[in-house]
Ligand binder design. Structure first.
Ligand SMILES: C[S@@+](CC[C@H](N)C(=O)[O-])C[C@H]1O[C@@H](n2cnc3c(N)ncnc32)[C@H](O)[C@@H]1O
Ligand code: SF4
Length: 362
């Protein structure tokens, strides 16, 4: 019933950072930059062995981290030379404002990166310090100006809410400031206290409560939509036509290759992941840590799970009435919409999305 076309998207993980942010549990190492050169050699091997169909052309490449911008542009020039892409491919790189200058951004543009995802998080220096971010608010401004000057016209920024000491009015100011920069895409993330992070070990005392964080989320939708942004995924907003094509591929449950330590991929109906251990990955870049062929039922559950993250929703006609009871219940509660076989979450439903999605899967 569910078929997949050729793999058209690539994620490349760069697990290096200059310092760890207090909330972050992504696989990234602040103290292993000495291994950078060997890491890129291993990445080259993995990419070369995986792309073995000479006719393949990729439509999106996403270089994420970690902090990809800690590595010189020539490493990426080499990597990208191994990847055949379509002429209008979306090639994104995550950058940290504390690691870039004008020359570096111009080099990225020159080697074919055409979309930047900039980790802003906040425009308040005190908050940035609490988060242990590498950069100041002034450096954010400089990085954004330099990115535009280098010719980038597809820029996304990450912002966080529910932060220590943050009020609803502070968050509104953050959004208004973000709008001043006239970027094409904004991702907003509610702070999650992740196990093993400094915030988990030493919980900040002045965190907004759940209700306040929910108000911040609803305010995000209100302010960004009032300013012509389209709310197209739970956490993502864009100018018309500026969706992240790469992330849309994930949410549409398309297959993609994941390269690098801790990267996940999905190819031939198999979800796989690479070793999170840098030394192991460098020694054996072709070895998969986990591989799992998805059952038909798991594919359906993923279609629903990923589809409901998108505001356009998901068509339930193919599911033969299996979820009608759950859909009727949440529609009656005003948490879900059901129109022409398409189901989607309402903003109130998104606030409870973890519970609702669990019910579809459970
Ligand atoms: C992998 S990070 C990539 C960005 C880049 N490493 C940086 O920080 O500049 C993607 C985004 O996820 C968000 N994020 C990471 N950990 C989070 C957490 N514990 N709670 C909420 N958002 C988080 C941040 O907004 C971050 O920019
Ligand atoms: S820079 Fe990004 S990946 Fe690195 S520690 Fe901070 S949030 Fe995590």
């Amino acid at each position: 019933m569910v078929t997949s076309g050729p793999v058209k998207s690539i994620y490349i993980h760069i697990p290096f950072c200059i310092q760890k942010c207090n909330y972050c549990n992504f696989v990234s190492f602040p103290d292993k930059q000495g291994m950078l050169k060997d890491y890129f050699i291993a990445l080259g091997k993995e990419i070369n062995c995986s792309i073995n169909n000479p006719k393949t052309r990729f439509s999106t490449v996403y270089i994420g981290g970690g902090t990809p911008s800690v590595a010189d542009s020539f490493f990426y020039e080499k990597l990208l030379s191994l990847i055949p892409v379509e002429s209008d491919a979306e090639i994104t790189m995550e950058v940290n404002p504390g690691t870039v200058n004008g020359q570096y951004l111009e080099e990225l543009k020159k080697i074919g990166i055409n979309r930047l995802s900039i980790g802003v998080q906040s425009f308040d220096n005190c908050t940035l310090k609490t988060l242990n971010r590498l950069h100041t608010a002034e450096e954010v401004q400089i990085a954004l100006d330099l990115a535009k000057k280098a010719g980038f016209n597809n820029i996304s920024i990450d912002l966080m809410y529910g932060l220590p000491g943050q009020t609803l009015s502070d968050w509104e100011q953050t959004l208004i400031k973000a709008l001043e920069f006239d970027v094409q895409h904004i991702s907003t993330y509610g702070l999650k206290i992740e196990e093993g992070t400094p915030f988990h070990l030493n919980m900040p005392e002045n965190l907004p409560d759940e209700d306040e964080a929910a108000q911040m989320y609803l305010k995000t939708i209100e302010i960004l939509e009032a300013n012509s942004f389209i709310h197209y995924e739970i956490s993502n907003f864009c100018r018309p036509g500026c969706e992240s094509r790469h992330n849309l591929a994930y949410w549409d449950n398309e297959e993609y290759y994941g390269f690098g330590a801790a990267a996940h991929g999905y190819s031939g109906g198999v979800r796989y992941s690479n070793s999170e251990n840098l030394e192991d990955y460098i020694a054996n870049p072709l070895e998969k840590l986990h591989e799992k062929k998805l059952s038909e039922q798991e594919i359906i559950e993923e279609l629903i799970f990923l589809g409901l993250r998108q505001m356009k929703g998901v068509n339930i006609l193919a599911f033969n009435g299996k979820y009608d009871g759950i859909v009727a219940k949440y529609t009656a509660m005003g948490l879900m919409k059901h129109e022409d076989d398409i189901i989607s979450l309402t903003p109130q439903g998104i606030l409870l999305s973890n519970n609702i999605l669990a019910e579809f899967i459970g």
